[in-house]
Design a protein around this ligand. Sequence first.
Ligand code: HAS
Length: 540
Amino acid sequence: MERIQKSLRTLIFWEITISIILLILGIYHGLMQVLYRAGIIKSVSFLGLTYYQGLTLHGVVNAIVLTTFFAVAFGNAIIYHYLKKPINTKIAWLSFWLMLIGTLLAAYAILIQKTDVLYTFYPPLIAPPAFYIGAVLLVVGSWVAFFNWIPTYLSYKKENKYTPLAVFGILTTFLIWFLCTIPVAIEILFMLLPKSLGLVQEINNLLARTLFWMFGHALVYFWLLPVYIGLYTLLPKVISSKLFSDTFARVSFVLFILFSIPVGVHHQYADPGIGTSWKLIQGFLTFMVAIPSFITAFTVAATLEYGARRNGSNGLLSWLFKLPYFDKEKWLFAYFISGLFVFILGGITGIVNASYNVNLVVHNTSYVPGHFHLTVGGLVFLGILGISLYLISKVTGKEIPLKTLNLLVPYLWLIGSVIFGISMMVGGVLGIPRRTNMGLTYANPESPLYHPDWMIWNYIALIGGIIMFLAMVFYFIVFFSLLFSKKVNEEKIEIEDAESLDKADSKLLNEFKVWIVLALILIVIAYTFVYYDVIRTTGG
Ligand code: HAS
């Protein structure tokens, strides 16, 4: 086991470090987007990229590469730490190489071949083959990691009835990931790649979009769930609390298995060719997928209250002020709580998006990037940053340096992302388009697009963006100082968690079979007629 642990420590180190190095490019291009939208710069000049090439790099690195490498790294740590069983390290490294080669191919397509299809790569936009092959390798690499955990898990299950909560959570995450990547694999392998290679002349754009969104919404829970695992395990421990409910946490995970996938059409409310009844049904299912997050909100808040009361707080609400917001030793709490505050806004705005008729007001406006910078750019991003620091400090045996600077990171990000998100959303309601190549022309009285009332929101978003950029400069300083600091502790793979107030040992909440079958039934019900409509209305 010692040899396995050493190999996995190195693997986790590289999975995290490489994604954080690439994040420098992603963050830089975030700054470029706000400067461009506010009309301060005329092109995203660094590396010779245009606005949309820079935006493609920003989306792919931040939303796809960082999240996938992180989920696999955290998964490797969870499976090793909780199951204490051998893992095949050769296969674990194979997964890493596939993901890395895939990432490099996609980077080549964006940086050298100047791809600008964005992270959603909708046709009729078509990228060079390297982009799609890179995406496929990245996904296959993450599947390989998942398949590698299964024998270890099954061997553990032969001897144990109870599945540790974090293991249950990470297997849920990758189960959803595996199921939802099948439609996007079909889209890429049978439609986009043949078109990119010139093997076919035409593809069905609406069918491609529908396949993409069947993947695209579940993707957001692939980003979110690893952070929920952190909320259920690491967070209670940091504040010396107990998890309020192991049962509720698991119920939340299984609801994600059921409802993550059959909801993708809520991204297509405005698309013609899909019947309104099917849109409405998927709209209702979208409200269902918000429930596990409400359960998480309740469980986490109760966990925080329990911890504060254990530490001596008695009043009705005074416990809120007893939490260790500015305790440098409990820095991980600051990452989680900032993310949670941001996610209150991110979640509410998700419900707004999901509401069929209200969606028509905000769809394709800057409201949508406002929403997702408060979700994936809020709780998810801060959770990934915090847990990454935590894991690196464990596997290298080093202490977090520059503690004050480190504490500033999440709070600056909280302030910046809320300013950015709200201004984008208000601007969106006023009509600012989500995607733009108009730049300064909103502010130019000569232009038919003259909209001075819009510009103020772009300027406020710029302030938010600059604060977020500053937070990330501090984060990179802390992260790289950690890498170069001295080893002071034993190197290990460890996830320090707290006990739970209850223990969910029923078979249903420790296994997956029933939930997989129910999820497949829901997917068939929600999607069969959608595909029938798409094919009927587009003529095949
Ligand atoms: Fe979304 C568009 C609906 C959640 C990401 N979403 C997007 C896009 C992205 C994205 C990237 O229905 C743009 C895609 C594109 O490129 O076009 N979203 C939802 C709904 C939810 C939701 C209903 N989204 C997310 C999450 C994301 C994410 C999570 C990333 C990780 N979204 C939509 C819709 C669209 C959309 C439409 C299409 C818009 C369009 O027209 O294009 C729900 O899952 C949200 C549920 C969340 C909650 C919040 C719970 C709150 C918690 C915090 C509690 C705080 C505590 C702290 C405990 C109900 C857990 C308390 C503090 C103390 C001190 C006590």
